[in-house]
Ligand binder design. Structure first.
Ligand SMILES: Cc1cc2nc3c(=O)[nH]c(=O)nc-3n(C[C@H](O)[C@H](O)[C@H](O)COP(=O)(O)OP(=O)(O)OC[C@H]3O[C@@H](n4cnc5c(N)ncnc54)[C@H](O)[C@@H]3O)c2cc1C
Length: 493
């Protein structure tokens, strides 16, 4: 007899959603195997900002997630625009240049609101407005980024803690320090258990089905270098050191089909001062995402992207990688005193370099060609606007440079009001886009284009949703959506 009905591999948002769903759908004996020790449990989910992107037709639909919100924020709903399924799908299509998997992206978008409400109700995950990340004050009102209003209370730390509490309430066992190393199959080809390495050695555990929710390969330098390239090989890791691609390798070893953009990843601008792995207690405080209100220059003294191409929530996931391609994988973000108050609170984890003239600021930077850097800023200022009329940090304002390459499409104000500030930035890898192919029931598909019986996957392991870029707040909702589905599929046996 099998030891378990369902074995869940991993203990992040996707895996724990899957465990809860498997139990909710009738699986009696469910176990969660977490490679990390208890003190490091929870995967990237713990490190995350906890922001949740989902579709709704009327802002008031959000109300049940945020009890009492109108007392805290004046005219709360007036600052939110509807974000329909068509809007969400349109954003996914736009940022992935139309490459997102047509089936999986529909599953994600169509289930997004229901998933978040399920997390809230079944998972008892408390929510709060994501004000520090996506709200911009305009007079007495906060204007919210489209589709990005809600996050888990206490961000990823709260989200992870709430999922573990939910699993505990349901009597689901979690084994820590239990690294799954292989999938077992019976003679029919059905996945019938796993091989696990823990403090006591190597064991085999049998089950009726297995759910893989054990993350991508972002923490694995060899796989990053091999699949994404040497530049990303050198990136600092923003999240857990435990996502080493184990689940992907195990699944492919029994014939799972690789799917999606294996050469792609989510990499964001982060402080260049951080170490190679982000400290757990600092979670996602390394991000440096307010570049649309300033300019970025590399160590040759040149600008290299359109900082104002779109709001940061639609460019941050690709600009980290762009920074990794610059000399020394290091750049500077420069601001003046007109916009420095707009920087996200996370900038307070660094002390900026500061000066009263651009020349004096550049003098302090680790830049090889300082005269070039000054010319870059002078050319930028000549092409940018000196009046703040029309400047609107709450949305794309069309205030663009003229005759500059690369141009800046929005928020292009001159850097002319001292003091001036510089923050260092590099690219930090968040997660990888390549995964395995799953169908709408989260069943893992083999290279023979047939489901591998007894095996489902969810979370970062699902390939095909993201290419080149990613709309912020989609990873957690995708993880919980496919986790919930995987739990349902696995409980059926
Ligand atoms: C700094 C940061 C900020 C982020 N902010 C947001 C945000 O605000 N909104 C959003 O939507 N997304 C955000 N993300 C992305 C989001 O965190 C991920 O998409 C999501 O957490 C992935 O969930 P997951 O369950 O697939 O993987 P994870 O949460 O990473 O969980 C994987 C689990 O598998 C375990 N594991 C790995 N290998 C094995 C093995 N061999 N055996 C057993 N267990 C194993 C790991 O220990 C871990 O518990 C952020 C990510 C980071 C790093």
């Amino acid at each position: 007899m099998a030891d378990y009905d369902v074995i869940v591999v991993g203990a992040g948002n996707a895996a724990l959603a899957a465990a809860v769903s498997a139990r909710e759908n009738g699986a009696e004996r469910v176990v969660v195997l977490e490679k990390a020790p208890r003190a490091m449990r929870g995967g990237n989910t713990h490190w995350s900002g906890g922001v949740l992107r989902f579709a709704f037709d009327d802002p008031h639909e959000i109300g049940p997630l945020l009890p009492g919100v109108e007392k805290e924020f004046e005219d709360f709903y007036a600052g939110i625009q509807p974000y329909t399924r068509a809007d969400f799908h349109g954003d996914l299509m736009r940022v992935t240049s139309g490459q997102t998997d047509p089936v999986l992206s529909r599953v994600l978008v169509d289930n997004s609101k229901d998933t978040v409400f399920w997390m809230h109700e079944t998972g008892q995950i408390k929510m709060e407005p994501a004000v520090s990340l996506t709200g911009v004050r305009k007079g007495n009102q906060i204007i919210w980024a489209r589709g990005l209003v809600v996050r888990a209370e206490h961000e990823g730390v709260g989200l992870s803690r709430s999922w573990f509490a939910a699993v505990e309430r349901l009597g689901i066992a979690v084994r820590y320090g239990a690294a799954v190393t292989a999938l077992l199959q019976d003679e029919s080809g059905r996945v019938s258990g796993v091989r696990v390495r823990d403090d006591e050695g190597i064991h085999e555990l049998r089950s009726r089905s297995v759910i893989l929710g054990c993350g991508g390969f972002e923490a694995n330098v060899q796989m990053r270098t091999q699949h994404i390239g040497p530049l990303v090989g050198g990136a600092k890791v923003r999240g857990t050191p435990h996502n080493q691609g184990d689940g992907l390798r195990m699944a492919m070893a029994i014939g799972a089909m690789p799917w999606g953009q294996w050469s792609g990843c989510h990499a964001t601008p982060i402080s260049a001062d951080w170490g190679n792995f982000a400290p757990r207690e600092m979670t996602d405080r390394s991000n440096r995402l307010s570049y649309p209100y300033g300019v970025m220059i590399n160590r040759k003294g040149n600008r290299f992207v359109d900082e104002g191409e779109d709001g940061a929530m639609f460019t941050y996931a690709k600009y980290g990688r762009a920074i990794l391609a610059e000399p020394g994988a290091k750049v500077y973000q420069l601001f003046d005193s007109k916009t420095v108050h707009l920087l996200e609170p996370r900038y307070s984890t660094s002390d900026p370099l500061q000066a009263d003239t651009l020349e004096a600021l550049i003098e302090q930077l680790d830049i090889d060609d300082k005269p070039r850097a000054l010319r870059t800023l002078q050319e930028y200022n000549a092409a940018a606007h000196d009046s703040q009329d029309g400047f609107d940090p709450t949305g794309k304002d069309g205030l663009s440079t003229h005759g500059l390459t690369p141009g800046k499409s929005n928020w292009a104000l001159k850097l002319d009001k001292p003091p001036f500030y510089a923050y260092s930035a590099t690219g930090g890898i968040t997660f990888t886009f390549g995964g395995v192919k799953v169908d709408e029931e989260a069943r893992v598909i083999g290279t023979d284009w047939r489901p591998i019986p007894g095996l489902t996957a969810c979370g970062e392991m699902v390939g095909g949703l993201f290419y080149d870029n990613y709309p912020a707040g989609t990873g957690l909702v995708s993880g919980a959506t496919f986790g919930r589905i995987a739990g349902r599929t696995s409980a059926r046996g």
